[in-house]
Each structure stands twice: as structure tokens, then as C-alpha cells.
Design a protein around this ligand. Sequence first.
Ligand code: ZN
Length: 264
Amino acid sequence: MALLSNLQVPMVLRLRVSYRCCSCIALQDGDWWISRFRSRSRVMELLREILHEAAPISSSEMDDTYLWKPGNRPASSAFSTADTWSALHPHGESVLWHRQVWFHGKIPKHAFITWVNARNRLSTRYRLRRWGMQVPSECILCNVEDETRQHLFFYCSYSTEVWLYFCSRLNVNPPSEFEEGLRWLRNPSTDEFLKLIIRLVYQAVVYGIWKERNARVHSQIFRPAQALILEIKQVVQNCLDPLSRAQNSRRRDITLLGTWFSRF
Ligand SMILES: [Zn+2]
């Protein structure tokens, strides 16, 4: 029996040091059980590198101790679910557009498509062809240019008609480059209600264009831009109604929905 402490393992580790436990024997015949394996697994290699000398441990008279060591935190006998999750799922690099996509009041499916699009993971024809798939390259909304992300969502004549309608009503002029547009959404207006409406409209337009594109590709259903505009207006208005009722604003002059109706 032995005390196992200060084990520098960059993961959650639970080891039992025992000669007699048949279910989990860490030490056998005076050496680490794991050292007998010739596995090239990176985890196994890492364990072999960090394990202490076996002899002092196997000759110790102290009882075994169970320790949890999530990530770089000190080893402890107490188990923390939160620390374990953080160790196994480290935070990724923060992105500038996080708050512009995942804001309070968002429509989840719109935010999801915007997020996937922000990471450039939507299956546009440009990307499908890069993967070697035999699909047409033309944008199905205009049949003029190749369907890249930038063209489909911003440069296409169909998309431009939708953007122009909403931007003129909201009196804004966002950048036409995708990443620049996301940065612009951080603070598109000094009016708190307009800021929320602009973000909702932005995501609804991105979602609507992608939905229209998919309807044309997969179902051969074609709608004019004006039909999409009407649908987006209705969706955003329906979203604003409950938000407006629940709003806790110091403003008394106008509501969220009132701001919407002043523009649309
Ligand atoms: Zn197009």
C-alpha cells in the first residue's frame, strides 16, 4: 500500500495503488503495471513519462489514497464535476462575434445558423465542390455567380434586395464583408431597442436566405425576395411581442414593439 501524491497528469486521473485489488492493480511485481505495455498511445506514453519511481511506493507502509487532479489544479480528495468538465473541455479561443450571435432575446435556430455561418461551415456549393462533389457551382438564387458564402449572403442580387429593404427601414449601412458585418453588430445603434431589432433582423435575413437556398436546391420551391421579406418581418415581429411585454426598461416613451412599428 502506498500514498500517491503530486501526480502531474494533465487530465482527471484516479489511480488505486494496490497489490491485491483484482479489479485495478496499478503495481505488480514491484513495477507499474502500465510500464509493461508497448502501446504507442499518447495517453499511455504520457502516463509512463510522469509516473514516479515504483520501488518507494511499493515498499511504503501507508494506505492508498484516492486523489482527483483535474487539469493544473492541485490534487484533492474532493471531486468537482465543474472542474472535471473544464479539464476535459478546455475553453476555446474567444471570438469577437460571440455576443453578437448569442445575445438575450435571440431566436435560437437563427442564432445557430448564424454561428455555423460565422465559422464558415455551411455547405455552400463552393465548399461542396472543394470537397470533390459534382454539384453545379452557380448560386441558385441568381444563377449568375458562384455560390460562395460572401456571394450568397451579401453580393447576390436576391440577397441584396432583402438587405436593402431592411437596412433602409432601419436606416443603417452595415459592411458587406461577412466578418466586418459581425463586428459591426457589436454596437449597431445607440438605441437599445434598435440594437436588438437590428441583431434579430440580421440573423433572420441570414437564416431566411439559407432556407430559401435550400428550398430551391432540395424542393425546387422558388419564392421571390418580397415573399422572404414578408416572412422575415412576421417572424421578427412575433419574437418582439413577448420580449416587449417582458421588457424591464427605464424607458416609458416607447416599447420594443413600438420601436419596431415605427420602422415597419
Ligand atoms: Zn446569387
